[in-house]
Design a binder for this molecule. Structure first.
Ligand code: SF4
Ligand code: SF4
Length: 187
């Protein structure tokens, strides 16, 4: 049986160091038990399971991580972080990778997820709470998939799962929080 040898150069170390610097999580504590992947509700859709993604970070395989769909499929349920016997906050690591990708100007494998996140935050900023119809309208404009999910949307509207008109409540407070976060990020 031949063994594949992975060569780790100096650059390899800087990637896991960057994860520590930006997210404050040291992935070297992971001993690959696999508990995070077995508990993840969306792992079956991922190209790299959370366990594999952490391993790729340990090895400094930045391109493999950046080209993965994993962090864009993550539902941020925190199950992985809760299950980890080594207290590695995997959910935070996935968020950190997304931040690093933006800094490195890398495009996501699932661009519509990024568009959704941006529309969601924009909506929250204006209305103080989620105005679903407005958010979906903005999302459709950016993705140009106008008819996708139309049937389900009509059904939800009929059952009054969301309202036609927005309710403005606390938008100023949310904007204040976001401004504070931006300041902290810059600092
Ligand atoms: S936070 Fe993301 S990666 Fe972790 S278990 Fe939930 S969906 Fe999976
Ligand atoms: S649960 Fe923790 S120690 Fe186990 S594979 Fe996942 S990150 Fe590594």
């Amino acid at each position: 049986m031949t063994e594949e040898i992975v060569h780790i150069d100096e650059k390899s170390f800087t990637f896991s160091d960057a994860v520590v610097a930006v997210g404050g999580i040291d992935t070297s504590y992971c001993y690959q038990c696999g508990k995070c992947a077995t508990g993840c509700p969306v792992a079956y859709e991922m190209d790299l399971t959370p366990t594999q993604l952490i391993h790729a970070i340990q090895l400094g395989l930045k391109d493999l991580v950046y080209n993965s769909k994993t962090m864009w499929l993550c539902a941020a349920c925190q199950t992985c972080s809760t299950r980890c016997p080594q207290d590695v906050d995997i959910a935070e690591v996935l968020d950190t990778v997304k931040i690093l990708m933006q800094r490195d100007k890398k495009k996501p494998q699932l661009p519509n997820v990024l568009k959704f996140n941006k529309r969601f935050m924009g909506n929250l900023k204006w209305f103080g709470r989620l105005y679903e119809l407005g958010m979906i309208a903005m999302l459709k404009l950016s993705t140009r998939k106008f008819t996708q999910d139309m049937g389900m949307g009509m059904k939800m509207l009929k059952k009054r799962k969301f309202s036609i008109w927005p309710r403005f409540k606390g938008g100023w407070a949310v904007r204040k929080i976001l401004r504070r976060v931006k300041k902290q990020e810059k600092a």
